[in-house]
Design a protein around this ligand. Structure first.
Ligand code: GAP
Length: 559
């Protein structure tokens, strides 16, 4: 991964945002190569999923013919959108801060950041007072609970804090037989980083972590001049809601009928507690989302169709099957309205061997979203959104009250459509394709000596530069001919002209950028108007007529 990160900076794929000021955590800029790569990925997605979609035939695996279209909605929307979507009340992570160094951690990441020996060492250092437990052989659970509650109130400064006694007691009860637990079992439970009521040590400094608390991930801002609660607004944490709230507009303004997928590509923002792993978890990122609206009776079939189609798409663009998995969520992981969710995961090189990171989620969302935006839910316990007080000062956090159901004009049936949501991250996708493309091999340099070559083997559709054009030497009319070729290709693709330095070195630079084809004008070109095309992966060089070069590159691009 270090080599990939270094190459990204060296060759202009990715830079840390605001780097000259020391950078800002969780934000990344795309350089000249990166911007082309990411744009190519988004274009490939839009072309394959929406633009080139065939709505006249039943595609393999699909229950019937369907339509696809797109929208582009705003980043800031009415705050009620986030109330009804559930993000205002529920979109949070549990976080913990260190009492000593003040660093913040996602609670579910802390145990994974500690080694077992760090945890045990910390336990030994802080939990001296628990040694009295070792004296006892058997504990009554009720007695243990009283003891822990007393301890939780009176933890001396510097000693291990005790969190979530009731949760721990529940876990003890599942181990306890007949209402009591042995000292050995109890110490095992106390000593397990994941199940212990004792605060974990800070992974950064070994200090004591505070109890986990909720932290909403939405960035907030204000609309208008007054920074009052009435003007509170949020940066969208997903593009999906822009599609749901426009469902009626799209249906009313077009001749589409269901099944219909509405797509959107755009920025999303999440105030991640611990952004990390390069662009994998950022605070500002781009999503490519489809909300696919269909009849409830067909939704399970559509779910399977989209899951398999999305999995295949990554492979068609060059991700190896060995580094990609489709992980179906366990039934216990599913939301109550969902019959299935699957994640497409990639073996990113920053993860431990055998682990995968999410690239895209495909979720069966039932009618949850449209229904929430129609009806909302009056949940007395949920905190009211202050901006939504009605004339009596009462919270009115119901939905829009608009009818978002669909009437089938042929059968006359009226229903709230079910939704299948393939939701991909453009930045995570770009990162996966960068990781997948990185190769080192042995190739001869200009003197014939074998050297390690770094080559980015991007699929030609994704490659930032499609072709580079070189005159072999900067004289004898070669640059003039090379420029003619360059300008002809440039009308169709991003191409690069380079006449500086040894040609071998120019090839190497293009290999690192992932340029699939290098075209060289040499002495023979002056005689018979042929040029060489060098293939990045096979290193094969063939001569082709210079006048047919646009068609030749086009043919190769199409595969
Ligand atoms: N509308 C559903 C939704 O947003 P999600 O699983 O939270 O679902 C979908 O996000 C995709 O967006 C993820 O699979 C990932 O590719 C990308 N994504 C989510 N959070 C991200 C982050 N902090 N940084 C980069 N990409 C992220």
């Amino acid at each position: 991964m270090d080599k990939i990160v270094a190459l990204c900076k060296r060759r202009g794929f990715l830079f840390q945002s605001s780097e000259i000021y020391g950078g800002i955590n969780g934000f990344w800029d795309y350089g000249p190569m990166g911007v082309e790569l990411k744009r190519n990925l988004k274009n490939a997605w839009w072309e394959d999923m929406i633009q080139a979609h065939n709505d006249l035939d039943v595609l393999p695996g699909a229950p019937e013919a369907y339509s696809m279209t797109g929208i582009d909605s705003t980043i800031i929307m009415h705050p009620q959108v986030w109330k009804c979507s559930g993000h205002y009340d529920l979109f949070h992570d549990m976080m913990q801060s260190c009492q000593h160094c003040k660093k913040l951690f996602r609670a579910d990441h802390v145990a994974g950041l500690l080694t077992e020996s760090e945890w045990v060492a910390s336990l030994k250092k802080h939990v001296v007072e628990f040694s009295e437990l070792k004296e006892m052989v058997q504990f009554e659970v009720a007695e243990l609970q009283r003891w822990l509650e007393k301890k939780a109130k009176n933890v001396a400064p510097g000693l291990m804090a005790i969190h979530d006694v009731p949760g721990f007691i529940d876990r003890v009860r599942t181990t306890a037989a007949g209402g009591s637990v042995t000292a050995g079992d109890l110490l095992k439970l106390l000593g397990s980083p994941l199940g212990s009521p004792l605060a974990l040590p800070c992974p950064a400094c070994g200090g004591l972590l505070n109890a986990p608390r909720e932290f909403n991930l939405m960035f907030s801002t204000y609309t208008g001049a007054l920074q009052s609660e009435e003007n509170l607004a949020f940066l969208r944490p997903e593009t999906a809601q822009g599609i749901f709230v426009n469902f009626k507009n799209v249906m009313d303004s077009s001749r589409f009928s269901l099944p219909l997928g509405i797509a959107q590509i755009g920025k999303s923002f999440r105030n991640e507690i611990t952004p990390r792993n390069f662009t994998f978890r950022s605070r500002e990122f781009e999503q490519m989302e489809i909300e696919f609206f269909c009849h409830p009776a067909q939704s399970s079939e559509w779910y399977r169709y989209w899951r398999d189609r999305r999995m295949q798409w990554y492979q068609d663009l060059g991700i190896s099957k060995d580094r990609l998995i489709l992980r179906e969520h366990e039934e216990s992981e599913l939301a109550h309205y969902s019959v299935g969710t699957a994640d497409i995961e990639y073996a990113f090189p920053f993860l431990p061997k055998g682990e995968f990171g999410e690239l895209e989620g495909i979720a069966h969302r039932g009618d949850f979203d449209l229904r929430s935006h129609m009806e909302g839910k009056l949940d007395e316990k949920a905190r009211p959104l202050k901006v939504q007080l009605n004339e009596n000062g009462q919270p009115k956090y119901r939905g829009s009250g608009k009818d978002l159901s669909y009437r089938d004009t042929i059968t006359n049936e009226k229903y709230i459509p079910h939704v299948i949501e393939p939701s991909a991250g453009a930045d995570r996708g770009t990162l996966a394709f960068i990781c997948e493309a990185y190769h080192e091999d042995q190739a001869p340099d200009e003197n014939g000596a074998m050297q390690t070559r770094v080559v980015m083997k991007f699929h030609p559709r994704l490659a930032p530069i499609k072709a580079a054009v070189f005159p072999l030497v900067k004289k004898d009319g070669m640059p003039e001919l090379a420029k003619v070729i360059y300008l002809a290709l440039k009308k169709n693709w991003v191409v690069f002209y380079d006449e500086k330095g040894a040609v071998g070195r120019r090839y190497r630079r293009q290999d690192e950028a992932g340029t699939p084809y290098c075209i060289t004008v040499d002495g023979q070109t002056l005689q018979d108007r042929t040029v060489t095309i060098r293939d990045r992966d096979s290193l094969e060089q063939v001569r082709v007529p210079m006048d047919g070069i646009v068609e030749e590159i086009g043919r190769r691009m199409r595969g």
